[in-house]
Design a protein around this ligand. Structure first.
Ligand SMILES: [Ca+2]
Length: 261
């Protein structure tokens, strides 16, 4: 109700005179005019702003035994926010004015966006792409297992090769992880901010690693509708040149936590 009490009624001294009659005024507004468009706009904006989860910082083991490019190592992260969902086509079109996706649907993740376009979208919202370490920490949600739901594939948690019917699906239809994040595994691979280097884990700083300073490919994470189960593991790393468009590739945005605390 706080939103209903603010901006839409802000004009002039009339507001001042009615300061102590807000509840009655609101009731009258609702009865006679329904929800004025301004109120709806506020609610929509507020809803959009809330579509992030607060990820409390901490220490975790990044990587997993078994592959030379993901040597397990300890990483310490500051708190941050991460989009609850992959960026949808409706989200993207609203801000960028067009929809590049192959699998048309407003609530499906946007795909066929280059890293540069994903980065620009996040910047436009005052956000940024997550680092690779932030992505893995958020995906794991405190788990150390192969997937964030356990060590065996469970199709109710992710869209992948065996259940996707060769297409993306609307975001949020599978089960979230313990941080409340949806589709971290599957649906679309997600661009991260980091350059890819095969041996980076062996030399990366412990605290808030940002990836190599330069490179030729950007890290993507989580696997997609087209991926086999092994690519959906929380530790699996993949990479692509930043100017590539692919119907497997989407993204979500992150934001530093400081301004909100
Ligand atoms: Ca995903």
């Amino acid at each position: 109700m706080i939103n209903f009490l603010e901006a839409p009624l802000s004009d002039s001294g009339r507001m001042h005179l009615l300061e102590h009659r807000k509840p009655i005024l609101i009731l009258l507004l609702l009865v006679f005019f329904g929800f004025p468009p301004l109120l709806l706009a506020d609610v929509a904006e507020s809803s959009e702003a809330k579509e992030m989860e607060f990820i409390s910082g901490g220490t975790f083991t990044m990587g997993r035994e078994g592959s030379s490019n993901k040597t397990p190592h300890e990483v310490e992260l500051s708190s941050f926010f991460l989009d609850t969902h992959e960026v949808t086509q409706a989200d993207y079109e609203k801000k960028r004015g067009f929809n590049p996706a192959k699998f048309d649907g407003p609530n499906r993740p946007v795909e066929q966006v280059t890293w540069h376009e994903a980065n620009a979208y996040c910047s436009q919202l005052g956000k940024r792409l997550p680092t690779e370490a932030e992505w893995e920490y958020a995906a794991r949600g405190g788990t150390e297992t192969q997937f964030y739901w356990g060590d065996e594939m469970q199709p109710d948690h992710a869209w992948f090769q065996e259940n996707s019917e060769d297409a993306t699906h609307p975001v949020g239809e599978t089960k979230p992880n313990s941080f409340g994040l949806y589709d971290m595994s599957g649906n679309v691979w997600e661009w991260t901010g980091d350059w890819y280097a095969k041996r980076y884990y062996e030399e990366s700083p412990k605290k808030n690693p940002q990836g190599p300073e330069s490179g030729e490919e950007k890290v993507i994470r989580g696997g997609s509708w087209y991926s086999g189960a092994r690519h959906l593991s929380s530790a699996t790393r993949y990479w692509s040149e930043p100017n590539i468009r692919n119907s497997n590739f989407g993204f979500r945005c992150a934001r530093d936590s400081e301004p909100q605390q």
